[in-house]
Design a protein around this ligand. Sequence first.
Ligand code: NAD
Length: 437
Amino acid sequence: MEKRAIAIIGTGYVGLVTAVSLAELGHNVICVDIDKNKLNLLMAGKSPIYEPGLETLLVQNLKSGRLSFTWNHRQAIQNADIIYLAVGTPSLQDGSVDLSYLMEAAKEISLSAHDEIVVVTKSTVPVGTSEIVKKFIEKHAVQPINVHVVSNPEFLREGQALQDTFHADRIVIGADDDVGAKILMELYEPLHLNIIRTDLRSAELIKYASNAFLATKISFINEIANICERLNANIEDVARGMGSDSRIGTQFLKAGIGYGGSCFPKDTNALMQIAGNLSHQFELLEAVIHVNNRQQSLLFEKAKTRFAKLKHLKIALLGLSFKPNTDDLRESPALPLANKLIQDGAKVIAFDPVAYEKGRKLLPDEVKVTDDIRHALQEADLAFIVTDWDVIKDFPLALYEKLMKRPVIFDGRNCFALSEVSQYAIEYHSIGRQSIY
Ligand code: NAD
């Protein structure tokens, strides 16, 4: 295996995981970021994000000397033969993609790169962006340069990012010339994974199409859950019955209060925009997004129906991150829920085992935040379960019953079996299943 000199621009969830993984494979990796606080932590061997196993690999590879960090783009880029773009591509107000971070990074490449380089777009970008990046670098390059651009979209799931990197279902490599594609295929070869080689544009679209499809599965099962509630059927049984058909599959058939996170909302909106720009109305995806927005308010609406007034009630909000095993709060359904509860005059105490500090910064001042579930539940009139962290699922129902003033639970993640809950004096409302009074 040829040892490569790799630069990674952007050390967020994707950039950092890519960096430690490539260093682990034996390459020399240097990462650059504009966030100096993040870099200080990384240089000290501390992961700025919560991701199981990441810090261990970070420390090992720092020690081996294969992994390093800098705030200086030139230092990162000038000796690299492969440069990854892993900066954020957030949504703009109208749902389209903000490419300003990506183009800033491209500018840095044009200032410092030279000779033959492979530029890898890991960030999720609208179709055609990788071509734009290539042309931009070539046009503004300060030194003679030959750019091969490759789209290599990322499919990791936060909370299991390393597992997903080393055991990915597939690696997509999209390029319109073979040179860059060949170098990347060799880079990933030791992982022995299924590599899908496409043209540049198809690779970019695969990422959006995949996320839109998964979001569709979630909105679909949530709609079936809404029908289950009205029919007194049980969504868990329906999903199990559907999912055992191998054409359907069991994954992403878990009903709940809708998807969140840094990818699905952003990428579905972006695909809507991409289609709209091509004068195609993507009606199916429009409905998926609409259903998800409605689903996120469901627990709140149920509580309003049940209590009429939430004013002065003490409410435990259990889970802040958009899913378990991550501290990522981007587009988490917990945040709008907390805001609505505060607007209604409720006294909210939010619990998260990991994301409590990040949550404190994002929630309204009126919300108390704790990393102690007992503290949150103590004397609460009702509890909302937003994230299915193990610590919430495994917390004994006997203690929910004992600690709460009035044990009423609105469970947005169906954490408990109905047969189990019915053994306690707990009022329990979940998604797509009968309520227990
Ligand atoms: P992030 O916000 O966690 O990290 C982005 C990093 O880029 C930040 O640390 C930021 O400071 C840095 N940055 C911005 N401009 C820079 C510049 N000019 N030079 C150097 N650093 C710069 O984002 P993320 O979650 O890692 O996502 C990155 C991309 O990967 C996005 O396009 C996202 O859609 C995509 N993606 C994310 C996930 C995920 O689960 N988070 C999964 C697949 C794909």
